[in-house]
Design a protein around this ligand. Structure first.
Ligand SMILES: Cc1ncc(COP(=O)(O)O)c(C=O)c1O
Length: 380
């Protein structure tokens, strides 16, 4: 076996020295304040049962090829039409993951001469897609549309290419949301294409359909990215938009073209997830009650000044310093709560945080106890 080159070893040693080396950990049996299974679908036998019955009519288990060759089995068409209808959109195109959807979309849609303005806290998958494309890209300050407007206006004085604006409806490492109505209206009046990544909003905000749908701004949005590995409890993602956009992506999104399709069972799980979203709305009610209960406990314990304001299932407590946040997370874990520390480079240095993901299945007493522990630990 060849050794890792010295310069790469050095990068690992630097991470170790900064106390920020990432490791693959075993799944724990602790009380879940960490997974993205917001509605508990991943724990539901019913999701599996529906998917099993959908695939039983299909003689294939494996994907067998890319979607453009042999992999586009029947379940894709049914699932894509269910998804488009559910979200009140013209079309849906399933990708193998949110990461794949974002690199496929952002590397192929904005062209040379175009520009993309993205929120400075945008997900790594969007940055990676933009890095693979030929358009220029600039960030704007987090949720700051004045900054966006200044930058768009400056760009437009000397350029004529298309202008794209991209944001998330729930920021994955902050849990907060932009004022999407204001942003949509800005994009409409400035003739720019708005793209919203709804990875953490699907199943959580609005009537489970995400924020764009809840605010009824679909007509102002060029594309939505939704992912199925979070509230839907399974895997995969889709781009929602016009039929022409779907056609374009099928022809030019390399992460769709040059990869093996999802196997039938995975697509059946996505379909089953939508059945549960439609038929079992009690999970969303429980999640929303837990979000309200978590927020009222933050107020009662005087913790809201250190938590980022959020109405989503993600709530983050800023704890500056890698060692400090890691120590706090490990103390919470020792008390039985799976709460993860989030470190640089995922978040900026000095903005380390404890990230709490709330679920339909968390109990009131779990929420009370974990927040009491946080308040004791921050006051130590
Ligand atoms: C905002 C956002 N977009 C995209 C992704 C990628 O989705 P997936 O996990 O399906 O690759 C994530 C996942 O963490 C995310 O948080």
């Amino acid at each position: 076996m060849k050794e890792l080159p010295q310069n790469l070893l050095k990068k690992l040693q630097d991470r170790e020295a900064n106390d920020s080396l990432r490791r693959l950990l075993q799944q724990s049996n602790l009380i879940d304040f960490s997974s993205n299974d917001y509605l508990g679908f991943a724990r539901q036998n019913k999701l599996q049962d529906i998917a099993d019955s959908l695939v039983s009519h299909n003689n294939l288990n494996g994907a067998t090829g890319s979607r453009l060759l042999s992999g586009n089995h029947n379940l894709y068409a049914t699932a894509e039409s269910t998804i488009a209808q559910f979200h009140n959109q013209e079309s849906a195109l399933i990708f193998n993951s949110g990461y794949n959807a974002n690199i496929g979309f952002f590397s192929s849609v904005p062209q040379r001469g175009d520009v993309v303005f993205y929120d400075e806290l945008i997900h790594a998958s969007i940055r990676d897609g933009l890095a693979m494309g030929l358009a220029k890209k600039f960030n704007f300050k987090h949720n700051n549309f004045l900054d966006l407007e200044t930058k768009v206006n400056r760009w437009k004085t000397t350029n004529t290419g298309a202008v794209f604006v991209v944001t998330e409806s729930v920021f994955s490492m902050d849990g907060d949301s932009p004022d999407l109505v204001a942003l949509a209206s800005f994009c409409d009046s400035n003739n720019t294409y708005l793209i919203v990544d709804e990875a953490h909003a699907l199943g959580v905000l609005g009537g489970a359909g995400g924020l764009v749908q809840a605010l009824e701004i679909q007509n102002s949005v060029f594309a939505q990215i939704i992912t199925f590995g979070k509230a839907l409890g399974c895997h995969g993602a889709a781009v929602l938009g016009s039929e022409a956009l779907k056609n374009y992506l099928v022809n030019f999104a390399r992460s769709l073209i040059y990869t093996t399709a999802l196997p039938p069972h995975t697509v059946a799980l996505i379909q089953a997830g939508y059945t549960l979203l439609t038929e079992e709305t009690e999970h969303l009610t429980k999640l929303q009650n837990n979000i309200s209960y978590f927020k009222s406990n933050l107020i009662n314990l005087g913790l809201n000044s250190i938590f980022i304001p959020s109405n989503s299932a993600i709530h983050c407590c800023i704890v500056e310093g890698v060692s400090k946040v890691k120590k706090m997370a490990s103390q919470l874990q020792q008390q039985g709560f799976d709460v993860k520390p989030i470190l640089s480079p995922t978040v900026p240095l000095g903005k380390e945080r404890l990230r709490f993901c709330l679920h339909s299945y968390n109990t009131a007493s779990e929420i009370e106890t974990v927040l009491k522990l946080v308040s004791e630990l921050v006051n130590l």
